[in-house]
Ligand binder design. Structure first.
Ligand SMILES: Cc1cc2nc3c(=O)[nH]c(=O)nc-3n(C[C@H](O)[C@H](O)[C@H](O)COP(=O)(O)OP(=O)(O)OC[C@H]3O[C@@H](n4cnc5c(N)ncnc54)[C@H](O)[C@@H]3O)c2cc1C
Length: 384
């Protein structure tokens, strides 16, 4: 069964096919041989970032004048799909290229864009976004990290947790309170952290999946950031900026989920053709056939929903509610389908040396980050 033989995403074209081939070669050469080691060391090698930059894969959706690839979200989606297909759950590519860089591209002043974007595109800077705090995740309006203006500097105090790219990041967008309580008092402050006094990285957090990803706590104590690092130059804009960017962030998670489902089903079909029980291939048992038929159908349902959202997003028409639908549905199905596929692997499905086991553990967080699936349903329900 070829999951993609009878269906081609309508937003793809020949140029994107070429990019896919380039990205596939990159991940096969630079990622697959190193994944085991990255899992042990809880981070990718720093050089992996610059290699991805040199290959033109970082910030591929950014305008060329800022060092990007001059592409669109479709280009970003293709790279993310190939990362998923390579089983690379260690590289914080999407946070860097499709979240951090767009914040700067969309809200930065001209000077900020020229200063930071080329470094993000080359991999000289690794980007992180620091929203979540120990006391506030879903409820962003109650964030407590403060940035108080003192002369030409913001003095930042507080802490963040669960920060992707937490080890390698040297450009961190911090959501901090510069004013009143609630959403209106929040601003985005960009910290360039190399040698920055008052900036400290906490321990690498031990997760149930994605062992190669450097997820950390970050601490700020009287950390002085130049006033000109306020993103966009005006205080109190963070909540609006976050709300505007969240549809893309949710779509990114759905894109990864769609690919993750397809990969899992494909791997399971291959396994079910090889593995024998009671003298027959697993695929000859009616239960295996029916489970895989259902999973292939779920894969197609998710794929078409995600494709619909990608097309809307490329046309500048993706609304928050539709993006939320894609995020919760695709990630819910990802966990469900991978669980059913894992069952077909029997005991081998529980062994980490099998990609299906890693995929199972990695998928679980998809329902949690980028806004939990419960929050997605709240957002959808508000529009009904
Ligand atoms: C591996 C990983 C990587 C991450 N990367 C980043 C990152 O790079 N940057 C970053 O800033 N954050 C990151 N996060 C944090 C992530 O976005 C938060 O964990 C998430 O938003 C949920 O916040 P919380 O953990 O505080 O849970 P809470 O907000 O405490 O929620 C707990 C539970 O209550 C439910 N709940 C909360 N409010 C409501 C409501 N109104 N209605 C119904 N149910 C509700 C939630 O759905 C959830 O089930 C990451 C998390 C993980 C695990």
């Amino acid at each position: 069964m070829q999951l993609t033989s009878t269906y081609r995403s309508p937003w793809l074209d020949e140029e994107l096919d070429d990019l896919r081939a380039l990205a596939r070669t990159f991940f096969e050469k630079e990622s697959i041989p190193n994944q085991e080691r990255w899992a042990q060391q809880h981070q990718v090698d720093r050089e992996y970032w610059t290699a991805a930059g040199a290959a033109g894969l970082l910030c591929i959706g950014l305008p060329e004048e800022y060092g990007g690839g001059g592409g669109t979200f479709a280009h970003e989606a293709v790279v993310m799909e190939e990362q998923s297909a390579a089983g690379d759950d260690a590289f914080g590519y999407s946070v860097h290229s499709t979240i951090v860089a767009p914040y700067i591209a969309n809200y930065g002043t001209e000077e900020q864009k020229r200063r930071w974007l080329p470094k993000l595109a080359s991999g000289e800077y690794v980007g992180a976004i620091a929203m979540t705090e120990p006391g506030a995740g879903s409820d962003l309006q109650s964030l407590r990290t403060t940035a108080r203006l003192d002369g030409d500097n913001y003095v930042v105090n507080g802490s963040k947790t669960f920060i992707t790219n937490g080890s390698h990041a040297n450009l961190v967008i911090i959501v901090a309170r510069t004013g009143e309580d609630g959403g209106k008092g929040l601003s985005l402050i960009v910290a360039e952290t190399d040698g920055l006094e008052g900036f400290e990285r906490g321990r690498v957090l031990e997760k149930i999946g994605m062992p190669g990803q450097d997820t950390r706590e970050l601490f700020f104590s009287d950390m002085r950031v130049p006033r000109e690092n306020l993103l966009g130059g005006a205080e109190g804009q963070a909540f609006i900026q976050l709300m505007e960017q969240l549809p893309q962030e949710r779509l990114i998670i759905a894109v990864a989920a769609a690919k993750g489902i397809e990969v899992a089903v494909q791997q399971t079909v291959e396994y079910a053709k090889e593995r024998k029980a009671f003298g027959r291939e697993l695929l000859k048992f009616q239960n295996t056939r029916f489970v895989l038929a259902e999973c292939a159908t779920e894969a197609r349902a998710v794929r078409t929903l995600v494709d619909h959202c990608i097309q809307q997003h490329l046309a500048g028409e993706l609304d928050a509610s539709t993006a939320s639908m894609a995020k919760w549905y695709a990630t819910d199905k990802q966990c469900e389908v991978i669980d059913r596929c894992l069952q077909i692997f029997g005991g081998y499905g529980y062994m980490l040396e099998y990609p299906i086991a890693r995929a199972y553990a990695a998928a679980r967080v998809q329902k949690i980050y980028g806004g939990t699936n419960e929050i997605m349903k709240e957002l959808i329900a508000r529009t009904l």
